[in-house]
Design a binder for this molecule. Structure first.
Ligand code: SF4
Length: 357
């Protein structure tokens, strides 16, 4: 009896063409190889040469094929034919859809264009939809990014001097403590998964703050099951504890943030709440060497964090002074926020201590 097995092709070709592009199922833009046969998408795989994902493809990215093939995909404009909420629609041609849109929009455009509030989802052309809204004459437009990655990018720029994913990367190689706030796991984020893997491989600590313990929170060293909507209050309490303990990196604040900038504190002034600036528009700080305002990035200027400047009857305080006045208030003490946040005072102090290490 022969033990020879019949030859089997365990990897038959699924495609006759491979196109390299990026996944648009979330903001990470992982590199993908899209396999096509007869011009139709058959299969999507991660691109091992792409720097963002190195071949990793999440389930959501794999499901990107359905954005082409799903039976529910819209192929034409839909017009509602039944009462609102009834789910009754019929397909119409683009000419008819455009006529309907013009009949709604033209009277507004001619009378009060700002009454149009315009919101788009995660389209691929938010700059164009914004441009369209401006051309129409309404400032009331928004898109998905304003509720998602744009905030993330702004926070990254203000705290790390750069932003996440396609805009930049956390310092995975040197990070000692990584805190995650409210990350949505449906946002599959291969770069975060790979980065967390690198942190865990070299023993860095991960603290995840999220009402649910799934995904990244499940692999974190510490999970803080916070009450939804109280992340900001929790962070302000951490600031309170760190300020009270004097565990603040003052040199960092001076060098990389606007903490020493002078702010107009005269409520009667038209400049109230704004930075004091010189004639070129540069924000000013109080120079410890001269006791006078000077550009924050001027040569030899030593910004003062703790003292303001009074001139012509107007008081200016540093951003740091205003922060200290606000966040050292007992209303941000761990005992005052614990019940609302669902995090004990001891835990808040413990996490502040981790940050201060
Ligand atoms: S993380 Fe997943 S969904 Fe997001 S771009 Fe990468 S493969 Fe696509």
């Amino acid at each position: 009896m022969s033990l020879d097995q019949p030859p089997l092709d365990t990897s038959p070709p699924v495609a006759d063409e491979v196109r390299k592009t990026t996944c648009y199922m979330c903001a990470c833009r992982c590199g993908i190889n899209v396999h096509l046969r007869d011009g139709k998408v058959k299969y999507i795989e991660g691109n091992r040469d792409h720097p963002v994902n190195r071949g990793v493809l999440c389930a959501k990215g794999s499901a990107g094929i359905m954005s082409v093939h799903a039976p529910s995909r819209l192929r034409k404009p839909l017009k509602r034919t039944g009462p609102r909420g009834s789910g009754q629609f019929e397909e119409i041609e683009w000419d008819e859809a455009l006529e309907i849109a013009v009949s709604w929009l033209k009277p507004l455009h001619e009378t009060a264009p700002e009454k149009l509030a315009f919101f788009t989802g995660r389209d691929q052309s938010q700059s164009f939809t914004g441009w369209w809204a401006q051309a129409f004459g309404t400032p009331n437009y928004a898109a998905h990014g304003g509720f998602c990655s744009v905030n993330m990018a702004a926070a990254g720029i203000y705290t790390m001097g750069g932003s996440f994913w396609e805009f930049g990367q956390p310092d995975w190689e040197r990070t000692k403590l990584f805190m995650l706030f409210g990350v949505a796991e449906d946002h599959d984020s291969n770069p975060i998964k790979m980065g967390i893997g690198r942190l865990k491989a070299r023993g860095a600590k991960i603290i995840a703050v999220n009402p649910i313990r799934s995904g990244y929170n499940a692999v974190a060293d510490e999970w803080v099951g916070i009450t939804p909507g109280t992340d900001g209050l929790f962070i302000l309490s951490l600031i309170h504890v760190l300020m009270k303990a004097g565990k603040i990196d003052l040199d960092y604040l001076i060098r990389y943030t606007n903490a020493p900038f002078l702010v107009n504190c005269d409520e009667a002034s038209p400049e109230w709440g704004l930075f004091l600036r010189d004639e070129t528009g540069a924000p000013l700080v109080l120079d410890r060497a001269t006791g006078k305002p000077a550009p924050h990035d001027g040569a030899g200027v030593k910004p003062d964090l703790a003292n303001g400047w009074r001139h012509g009857g107007t008081t200016h305080k540093t951003v740091f002074q205003l922060m200290a006045e606000t966040y050292l208030d007992p209303r941000y003490a761990p005992e005052a926020v614990a019940e609302r946040c669902g995090v004990s005072p001891e835990r808040i102090r413990h996490i502040a201590g981790e940050l201060a290490l």
